[in-house]
Design a protein around this ligand. Structure first.
Ligand code: ADP
Ligand code: MG
Length: 362
């Protein structure tokens, strides 16, 4: 196993502290996404791993090997940068083969390797095209091919799809997943865009604006069970209600002023003492909306429909409560029979299960 391990890494530029005692393990062979807002330190983290920057203190390991002070070209780590600088005067083949020419690899081996990689990134019909004649997505694939031709242990991808439009980004994401599962190379994929990270990652880390990792987990863990307010707000859309935790025998409720009392679940992993002020995090798609009274739900609210945004596959409602609070509700338009018509100003019931609520510290 060649995990990447950062241990107690600190890094400052002048008096701007980027990382203070950061520890993180990136498992070997994983598709690891690092998600954080602009300016949080994502690029700096990649540059430290690649060796373009040095730590002020702490250590970086690749497997058992301490690479903290190993030169860039001896790390077997490659990077695809946000601005993928290709050689504009060269064709696709030469761009990809460049590092092999430098290492004086025999021509027949170069040919074999380049053609294999270009097939993997779906460019085998553009082999001899000049770079300028390629689309943005194709150029991005050349950059990718160039970065993996030397079979690095680790591929660092710094917002590699930022320059592409949405459709192309979605396609490239699928191709990246395929490529990674074929190569088994560790991919560290950096993005500020949650929609990029959720579908591709085996594991993801959420970095806050102070360069601290707030949570590491599978995309599902991060989305469904955020452990901090920052993670809950940064990944996805959510409803947050502030209240006080109450307990009665073995069951728990949260009392939210002017709104009501709602059942919640307290687990061993996340224990909170009764009496504490907490936030109730409730994802919009966990809420059922209906004009009818339904049974079988642990929690219930009544409100009035203020906004309706129809997305085809789903509909997004804004439902106002008597105190003015707006609850966001996403409903999948999946019924195979005529659906209940919900209109502006309709009085609706909102329902959710206590298991779908996540409690957070303020
Ligand atoms: N070489 C550098 N010299 C000085 N400040 C830098 C340098 N590189 C990055 N920074 C600063 O470090 C912070 C984090 O930057 P960066 O790692 O690029 O964030 P991100 O990639 O998450 O947007 C920013 O405030 C940026 O201005
Ligand atoms: Mg960056």
């Amino acid at each position: 196993m060649r995990n990447i391990r950062l241990e107690h890494v600190s890094k400052a530029f002048g008096d701007e502290v980027i990382f203070d005692d950061l520890t993180l393990t990136i498992p070997s062979g994983s598709f690891f996404a690092l998600l954080g807002p602009s300016g949080s330190g994502k690029t700096t983290l990649l540059r430290l791993i690649a060796g373009f920057e040095t730590v002020d203190s702490g250590k970086i390991y690749l497997g058992e090997k301490d690479i903290t002070h190993v030169p860039i070209n001896e790390r077997n780590i490659n990077t695809v940068f946000q601005q993928y600088a290709l050689f504009p005067h060269m064709n696709v083949f030469d761009n990809v083969a460049y590092s092999l020419y430098i290492r004086r690899v025999p021509a027949n081996i170069i040919e074999q390797k380049v053609i294999k990689i270009l097939k993997a990134v779906n460019l085998d019909r553009q082999i001899y095209k000049p770079i300028q004649q390629l689309s943005g997505g194709q150029q991005q694939r050349v950059a990718l091919a160039r970065a993996i031709i030397n079979e690095p242990d680790v591929l660092l991808l710094d917002e590699p799809l930022a320059a592409l439009d949405l459709k192309l980004r979605e396609r490239m994401l699928v191709e990246l997943i395929d490529l990674q599962s074929e190569l088994k190379t560790t991919f560290v994929y950096v993005t500020h865009d949650q929609f990029d990270a959720l579908p591709v990652a085996d594991l993801m880390a959420i970095m806050n604006p102070d360069g601290e990792i707030e949570q590491v987990g599978t995309p599902k863990e991060i989305y469904e069970f955020p452990i901090t307010l920052f993670v809950a707000k940064f990944v996805g859309v959510t409803n947050l209600f502030e209240g006080i935790l109450l307990s009665e025998n073995d069951s728990y409720k949260i009392s939210i002023p002017d709104i009501g009392m709602f059942e919640v679940v307290i687990t061993e992993k996340r224990k909170f003492d009764p009496g504490r002020h907490l936030l109730m995090n409730l994802r919009p798609e966990k809420i059922a909306i209906s004009k009818q009274e339904l049974t079988g739900f642990s929690n219930h609210l009544i409100g009035k429909v203020e906004t309706i945004i129809y997305h085809g596959r789903s509909t997004q409602y804004g439902v106002s409560l008597p105190n003015g609070f707006i609850v966001k509700v996403f409903e999948q338009n999946e019924e195979h029979f005529p659906q209940e018509d919900i209109d502006y100003d309709d009085v609706v019931h909102l329902y959710w299960q206590k298991e779908n609520v996540v409690l957070l510290e303020r």
